[in-house]
Design a protein around this ligand. Structure first.
Ligand code: UTP
Length: 409
């Protein structure tokens, strides 16, 4: 049974969020119903955490975690690849494409994967990823289940686009979509903003929600039915991403790790990437903004920087260990540009951040697992993220890297 108007009023009062009902008198019954359903579904406890943001960012004791480096990988390539291919052939490997983000920095209203990186021809980000995955499908001679995480904001456009393009040649029986959850966005005082008179401002709740959302959408049943044991989670925006890489899979399996993480050697100690480490003795990632000078200067026994491997959002999780994960992921309070209605009820699209969104991150899942294999890959071959239109990690830099890797644009 849906909440009554009295119950809705009581809920928003309890959390000091009465402003969300400001326009309730001018809404139609249908609009009211939608707004009330949204208010009912919104977890308002999490919003409280922006009031003690600093405590949330507290870290444990950080110490180094070595990676499996290129030389070791080369020496074992054949054996790792064989193990990986066997796992794929046995249907034990699936992939999750994280495509629920808003891509605000790229500045397009479409899902990021619809971005055309081609120059003389059309070549979409989704197409690049599927081409990369197809390499493995051909090598293993087996299809791999691909789960695509979208959000309320881009789900329909994503499905329409991929369907219209016939999944760029991928077997559609092996593609499954699921939506992640949304979280309310607030101003700097923790007050939920409205984006319409009958609609809260919301944004996707971060890429850490992927496993719970997969489960809520009933797709974990498919994972079980198919006997999928390993899930390769990867970001939509790295067009050189190797997906379900047999060598990486084989190495993680042979080393008996709960998770594998693809990493690249950092370009400089202060490079803005999350870095693999141990935190209170468990695998973790130290974010670039938490990198102290001391951590940047630390050396290992070989005299090399001790925190030298950055993560590229490509992880291989062992499903049984994911299912044992009991703790909730920590929330990150992120400053963002949030469209909102001003005093007079007019929609404003701010040019600068004006409030907070609340996200959980996939990298926090690593810390809940007992063992992690950081697996080094060659940056120029596997890391071309598209975050911005120009400059660092942009369409321009990714095009250059694609061409260097022989992709015709
Ligand atoms: P980013 O952290 O780059 O966020 O996402 P974003 O939303 O795509 O881009 P900006 O910050 O607004 O410019 C890293 C990866 O995580 C996915 C993204 O789609 C991307 O593949 N992601 C992010 C989700 O799937 N859901 C989210 O809620 C956030």
């Amino acid at each position: 049974m849906a909440m009554t108007y009295e119950e809705i009023k009581a809920k928003v009062k309890k959390y000091g969020q009465e402003q969300v009902l400001k326009y309730v008198d001018v809404l139609t019954n249908a609009e009211k119903e939608t707004l009330f359903a949204q208010i009912e579904a919104t977890d308002m406890d999490v919003i409280e955490c922006c009031k003690h943001k600093e405590d949330m960012a507290k870290r444990g004791v950080i110490s180094p975690l070595g990676a499996m480096e290129l030389s070791e990988i080369e020496a074992n390539r054949e054996s790792f690849t064989k193990t990986g291919i066997e796992a794929i052939k046995a249907g034990k490997v699936g992939a999750v494409l994280l495509a629920g983000g808003m891509g605000t920095r790229l500045g397009s209203d479409n899902p990021k994967g619809m971005y055309n990186v081609g120059i003389t021809r059309e070549l979409y980000i989704f197409e690049c990823l599927i081409n990369n995955l197809m390499d493995v499908v051909k090598q293993a001679d087996a299809w791999i289940h691909l789960f695509v995480m979208t959000s309320d904001k881009n789900n329909d456009a994503t499905i329409k686009f991929l369907t219209e393009h016939d999944f760029f040649g991928y077997n559609k029986d092996y593609v499954h979509f699921f939506k992640q959850e949304m979280a309310a966005a607030t101003d700097y005082n923790g007050k939920i903003l409205l984006e319409e008179k009958g609609k809260l401002s919301t944004s996707p709740n971060g890429n850490g929600g992927w496993f719970i959302s997969l489960q809520k959408n009933g797709l974990l049943d498919l994972v079980h039915e198919q006997g999928i044991e390993w899930i390769n989670v990867f970001a939509v925006d790295n067009v050189l991403q190797r997906i379900a890489d047999p060598c990486f899979i084989g190495a993680t399996i042979q080393k008996n790790c709960a998770v594998g993480a693809k990493v690249v050697r950092k370009a400089a100690p202060d490079e803005k990437v999350g870095c693999m480490c141990l935190e209170d003795g468990k695998p973790s990632i130290v974010e670039y903004y938490d990198m102290t000078q001391e951590l940047m200067d630390a050396k290992n026994e070989k005299g090399e920087p001790a925190y030298n491997f950055g993560v590229i959002l490509n992880y291989l999780f062992f499903v049984p260990d994911l299912e044992k994960m009991m703790e909730n992921l920590p929330l990150h309070v992120v400053e963002k540009k949030i469209p909102y209605l001003d005093e007079n009820g007019n929609l404003v699209k701010p040019e600068a951040p004006n409030g907070y969104k609340f996200e959980s991150l996939v990298l926090d899942m690593i810390h809940q697992l007992s063992s992690c294999l950081p697996f080094e890959v060659v940056r120029e071959h596997e890391f071309a993220p598209i975050k911005n239109k120009t400059g660092i990690d942009s369409v321009e830099s990714a095009r250059e890297l694609l061409q260097k890797n022989g992709v015709v644009l």
